[in-house]
Design a protein around this ligand. Structure first.
Ligand code: F6R
Length: 238
């Protein structure tokens, strides 16, 4: 695993945005695997700024997001569809028909997972996968467990994840405890992965990733098996 150690969050965001920008410029029809949560917010801001300056063209980009809460409507401000539209898709020239996020409103979540896997299969491969990391080491919403899934599946969020996500919800608002998430196998199909970690709440998870041990109780440790992963982190997360 390569490591880019950054001074602060702004530097992480710049380094991550530069990786994404490089893939967009190099590939004719780039496929980006995207993440939500607080960590990539700065990266999306920088990408929008590059687009505004005429430095990036998203017209050929296809994107697949890692996950979505379930059940949730795409126009709910807490949904990851809303997040992506708001932070990136509505602000650049991407064709929204080429942006994929599991449908949190699907009547049958298992059927939706199978459909999402068909989308991933039809895209072939992901050129660059952006990942955040959970405090408990989850990637996507592949939560620590005795076994993990290869493909897209319905997952119950751990208490620690629900607690961590509660910061995005107002008091009294129901915090989803289920999600549809890409599996570890799909994440591993990416040619290249960048793993972003900022702040000392990620320190324990990052320490496990760098410990040299692999364990499904910290799913991000499995990334050590992928041939091209770059950890982009600040000193607090190290
Ligand atoms: C989000 C996702 C999650 C987050 C993780 C870290 O699409 O897949 O794995 O990356 O929960 O979230 P933040 O960045 O909010 O700490």
């Amino acid at each position: 695993m390569k490591i880019i150690q950054c001074k602060d969050y702004d530097e992480i965001s710049t380094a991550a945005a530069n990786e994404v920008a490089r893939v967009i410029r190099e590939k004719r029809r780039p496929v980006l695997g995207l993440a939500t949560g607080s960590t990539p917010v700065g990266m999306y801001e920088k990408l929008v700024r590059m687009y505004g300056k005429g430095e990036l063209d998203f017209s050929g980009v296809t994107s697949v997001n890692l996950d979505e809460y379930y059940p949730i409507s795409p126009d709910n401000v807490q949904s990851y569809r809303y997040y992506m539209n708001n932070k990136l898709f509505d602000r650049v020239n991407i064709d929204k028909n080429n942006t994929y996020i599991p449908n949190g409103n699907a009547a049958d979540p298992y059927d939706e997972c199978a459909k999402y896997d068909s989308v991933l299969d039809s895209l072939g491969k992901i050129d660059l996968q952006v990942l955040g990391i959970g405090r408990n080491g989850h990637i996507g919403f592949n939560e620590p467990d005795e076994s993990l899934y290869l493909g897209t599946h319905v997952t119950r969020l751990s208490d620690s994840t629900v607690k961590a996500n509660s910061r995005f919800f107002s008091e009294g608002e129901k915090i989803p405890d289920r999600a549809l998430t890409m599996g570890i196998g799909s994440i591993f199909k990416a040619d290249k992965i960048i793993l972003l970690a900022s702040g000392d709440s990620k320190k324990d998870a990052v320490k496990q990733v760098l410990s040299g041990k692999l364990t499904t109780s910290c799913p991000a440790t499995l990334l050590n098996l992928h041939p091209d992963v770059t950890l982009i982190c600040d000193s607090d997360a190290m």
